[in-house]
Ligand binder design. Structure first.
Ligand SMILES: [Zn+2]
Length: 116
């Protein structure tokens, strides 16, 4: 049952659409698990969002489903991306969990904020 709800949400999920190239959003980097694109409201000179191609609502859902290894992979992906953008000496990684903390889209995403 929980899975069906998840799938229904996925159909309308903006980040699922972007990650699977169903929108015009430019994908700046990707591998088999993740897609990266620019945040439309940048809060740093370089502000990139990294999203898993698979739909996860939040860190809590990852913990509950036992997909913990995806969190290690997303950090490694972010490090690779930081190198590619020459910001390895100044970047911040941020997950916003829940509306109160500023999570606007219910699809797990990691903010990569780069400072030149
Ligand atoms: Zn999604």
């Amino acid at each position: 049952m929980a899975k069906q709800i998840n799938m229904a949400k996925q159909i309308d999920c903006l980040f699922c659409k972007i990650a699977n190239k169903k929108t015009d959003t430019e994908i700046i980097y990707e591998d088999e698990d993740f897609s990266a694109f620019y945040d439309i409201k940048p809060k740093a000179p370089i502000h990139i969002l990294i999203v898993p191609k698979k739909h996860f609502e939040s860190i809590i859902e990852i913990e509950e489903n036992g997909d913990i290894e995806i969190l290690g992979k997303i950090l490694a992906f972010a490090a690779k991306l930081a190198k590619k953008f020459n910001i390895e000496n100044g970047y911040r990684l941020q997950f916003n969990q829940g509306k109160k903390a500023g999570q606007e889209i219910d699809h797990l995403h990691l903010h990569l904020l780069g400072f030149k």
